[in-house]
Design a protein around this ligand. Structure first.
Ligand SMILES: [Mg+2]
Length: 381
C-alpha cells in the first residue's frame, strides 16, 4: 500500500481535518489543529506531507520519528499538532486495513466504556446552576467550568470569593455522586493560585486545571503543595519531555491533547510515563470528531485513564458541531455519561466527507479572544 494523496479541510467552528488516501482505496482521517492557528498548521501539514507521499503507511513509528525529528527544528504547538493529525490518520489506515479498531492495535481494550465530561459556560451562579442541571439531564456525570472570567494577575477579595461561590453553587447541584473540574486557564499568578486552591478544597473539585501558565512550570510544585486539590495540566504541553517536569512537580492528572501532542503514538507514551508517577490521563479535547475518536481509542486501551473531555454542547461552538461531520453520530452517544466501545475499524467513526468538503469551501477564521484588563493591558484568556 502507498500513500497517494494528502488533503486538508478547514472546517467550522475552528477545526482542521486531514485525509490521507492510499492506492488501495483505504482512507485515513485525522485532525491536525491548534485552535486559532488552523491555517498555520495546515501549511505545516502540507510541508510534512512530502515525507509521506509515495510511502507505505504501515510503519507508523518510523513515520512519526521522521515527521517529528526530520526537520531539525522540532516540537511546539504547530509542528506537534501537524504530526498529531497525520499520526491519527496513519493509525486509522492501519486499523481499517486490518479490519480492527485502533485500541486492538494498542494492546486491546482495558475498559468497555469511557467516562466523559461536558463544559458549562457562564459567569453568573444562577445561570451556571441552570446549565449544570441541563448537562446532568443529558446523562453526564461530570462537568468542567472556568474558575473565573477576566481577572487580575493578583486577584481581589471579591474575585476570589466569586470563584469559590460559583464552584459552591455547582457542587450543590451535583451532589456527592457527580464531579466538577475547574479550569483556571492560567488567568492569575502562582501566588493567587496558592491562595485560592485551599479555599476550593472543601468543595472537592475532581481537579483544578492550569493553575499556572505552562511557562511557569518551575512554580508548579509550589502550587501543587499548597493544597490537597488534585492539579491537572497539559493541553499546552506537546511531548513526553514537556510532560516530565510537570509529572515531577506532582500533578495528579495529565491532559495531553491527541491533536496537539504528537497524536496517538506520543499520547500513549505520555500515558505510560504518567503511570510511573501514579498520574491519571484526562485528554484535552474541545475539538472535532477525529480528535475525540482518537482520544477514545487511547482511553479504551490505557489503564491509567480518568475521564475524557468532549466538545458536544461546548459554549464556543456556534457555527458547527462535532456531529455535523460524521455519518454515525451514535458512536459518540453518552446516555449514562459514558461513551461505549465498539469494534468499528480504525478510529471507529465514519466521516461525512461531503459535509467536510462543503464546510471547507466556507472555511473559518476562528481566533482565540484577546482580552484586556481595565487599565488596557493584556489579560490572559
Ligand atoms: Mg483548559
Amino acid at each position: 500500500m502507498r500513500i497517494t494523496r494528502i488533503e486538508t479541510f478547514l472546517v467550522p467552528p475552528r477545526w482542521l481535518m486531514c485525509r490521507v488516501e492510499t492506492d488501495e482505496g483505504i482512507v485515513g482521517w485525522g485532525e491536525p489543529v491548534v485552535e486559532g492557528r488552523a491555517e498555520t498548521v495546515r501549511a505545516a501539514v502540507e510541508e510534512l506531507s512530502e515525507l509521506l507521499l509515495g510511502q507505505d503507511p504501515a510503519p507508523i513509528e518510523h513515520h512519526w520519528q521522521r515527521l517529528t525529528k526530520g526537520g531539525f527544528y522540532r516540537g511546539g504547538p504547530v509542528l506537534s499538532s501537524a504530526v498529531a493529525g497525520l499520526d491519527q490518520a496513519l493509525w486509522d489506515i492501519a486499523g481499517k486495513s486490518l479490519g480492527v479498531p485502533v485500541h486492538r492495535l494498542l494492546g486491546g481494550p482495558v475498559r468497555d466504556k469511557v467516562r466523559v465530561y461536558g463544559w458549562v459556560g457562564g459567569d453568573d451562579p444562577a445561570e451556571l446552576v441552570d446549565r449544570v442541571s441541563a448537562r446532568v439531564e443529558t446523562g453526564l456525570t461530570a462537568v468542567k467550568m472556568n474558575g473565573s472570567g477576566v481577572m487580575g494577575r493578583s486577584a481581589t477579595v471579591r474575585e476570589i470569593d466569586g470563584i469559590v461561590d460559583r464552584l459552591a453553587s455547582v457542587r450543590e447541584v451535583l451532589g456527592p455522586d457527580r464531579d466538577v473540574a475547574v479550569d483556571f486557564h492560567g488567568r492569575f499568578n502562582a501566588a493567587t493560585a496558592r491562595r485560592v486552591l485551599p479555599l476550593l478544597e472543601p468543595l472537592r473539585p475532581m481537579f483544578v486545571e492550569e493553575p499556572v501558565l505552562p511557562e511557569y512550570g518551575h512554580l508548579l510544585q509550589d502550587v501543587v503543595r499548597s493544597s490537597p486539590v488534585p492539579i491537572a495540566t497539559g493541553e499546552r504541553l506537546f511531548s513526553r519531555t514537556d510532560f516530565l517536569p510537570a509529572l515531577q512537580a506532582g500533578i495528579a492528572v495529565a491532559q495531553p491533547d491527541l491533536s496537539h501532542a504528537g497524536g496517538i503514538s506520543e499520547v500513549r507514551r505520555i500515558a505510560s510515563l504518567a503511570e510511573t508517577y501514579d498520574v491519571l490521563l484526562a485528554p484535552h479535547c474541545p475539538l472535532g470528531p477525529l480528535a475525540l475518536a482518537a482520544s477514545l481509542q487511547v482511553a479504551f486501551a490505557t489503564p491509567n485513564f480518568l475521564i475524557q473531555e468532549q466538545s458536544i454542547g461546548i459554549h464556543y461552538n456556534q457555527d458547527a458541531e462535532l456531529l455535523d461531520y460524521v455519518l454515525d453520530a451514535e458512536v459518540f452517544a453518552f446516555p449514562d455519561g459514558h461513551i461505549h466501545r465498539t469494534d468499528a475499524p480504525g478510529l471507529g467513526v465514519r466521516v461525512d466527507e461531503d459535509a467536510v468538503r462543503r464546510a471547507d469551501r466556507g472555511g473559518h477564521r476562528w481566533r482565540s479572544p484577546v482580552w484586556s484588563h481595565e487599565d488596557g493591558s493584556f489579560a490572559e484568556w
